[in-house]
Design a protein. Structure first.
Length: 285
């Protein structure tokens, strides 16, 4: 494992934070005249592990910065996660529309560090953020080890959610990948092209879907969230129907000084389908 000083994520994190600072400066000038309509948030979580929808991403403590800009019912934001002891890096721009707890969100999950995780796709992935080609077949030249198509490291997801604690403690969300690298191989063939052999790999969208039910309550100045997440079909989350994310999150603020309290949270999470159990802790700055 490389030393943190030479970790490739340092450069990614530096670029990410520079972008956030520039966006913050520009927004401050706009907000001077539209304080009642425009608001923004800039924060970061330090987590012992990045567990999302029942899976461990990075297998490392991580820093997770967030920037969001809200204007009336619209929200634009960027969320990221950068592992501190592995090469995992993720940057997720999103757009959200929210009315009285009903929201529709479009998210681009950009995870170039996972490009080599799937041996079947490793030779065919393009890690550039602006590469969005949604390919359905790869043609690989076995003589020159070159290919004519590449799979994007972006995955677009649409999500519908209802969460309004002023009305009910229950919440629900449904999310589906519909474009990008959420692919599975359908078949592989070989074609004789004279002096070389062409390997053709055909792929198609999996439309991996995640459904989560939640229940929130408060006790002794601590906010609790119960959640149950499942996938109805085979895809990115599991090889078939099953519960993949079941657990409880507790969050509260610890008073540090008269003027500042530190937000902390902890979760116990199990993935019954995979047989995994996680216990994580984090705080926000």
């Amino acid at each position: 494992m490389p030393e943190l000083l030479y970790h490739p994520n340092i450069q990614v994190m530096q670029k990410f934070f520079v972008l956030l600072i520039l966006m913050q400066i520009s927004i401050l000038s706009i907000a001077q005249d539209k304080r009642s309509e425009l608001s923004y948030t800039l924060s970061a979580d330090i987590m012992s592990r990045y567990i999302w929808r029942g899976a461990d991403y990075g297998k490392s403590p991580s820093i997770q910065p967030t920037f969001s800009l809200k204007y009336n019912n619209f929200e634009f934001g960027v969320w990221g996660s950068f592992a501190l002891s592995s090469n995992f890096a993720e940057i997720d721009p999103y757009v959200k529309f929210n009315v009285k707890g009903f929201s529709i969100t479009l998210t681009d999950y950009y995870i170039p560090s996972l490009a080599n995780d799937n041996p079947s796709f490793a030779p065919f992935q393009d890690t550039r953020f602006l590469y969005f080609k949604n390919v359905h077949a790869f043609h690989f030249d076995t003589l020159t080890n070159t290919f004519n198509n590449a799979l994007t490291c972006n995955a677009l997801e649409g999500m519908i959610q209802f969460k309004n604690l002023d009305i009910t403690p229950f919440s629900i969300l449904v999310a589906t990948y519909f474009y990008g690298n959420d692919k599975k191989i359908t078949d592989t063939t070989f074609h004789d092209a004279g002096k070389t052999l062409i390997k053709e790999v055909n792929v198609k969208n999996q439309y991996s879907t995640y459904i989560e039910l939640g229940y929130a309550f408060t006790s002794k100045e601590t906010d609790f969230d119960l959640f149950l997440g499942l996938t109805p079909v085979s895809g990115a989350y599991s090889d078939g129907f099953g519960v993949v994310n079941l657990g409880l999150t507790a969050a509260r603020k610890i008073k540090i000084t008269e003027d500042y309290s530190l937000p902390v949270k902890s979760s116990i999470i199990t993935n019954p389908k995979a047989g995994n159990l996680f216990f994580i802790f984090g705080f926000s700055i």
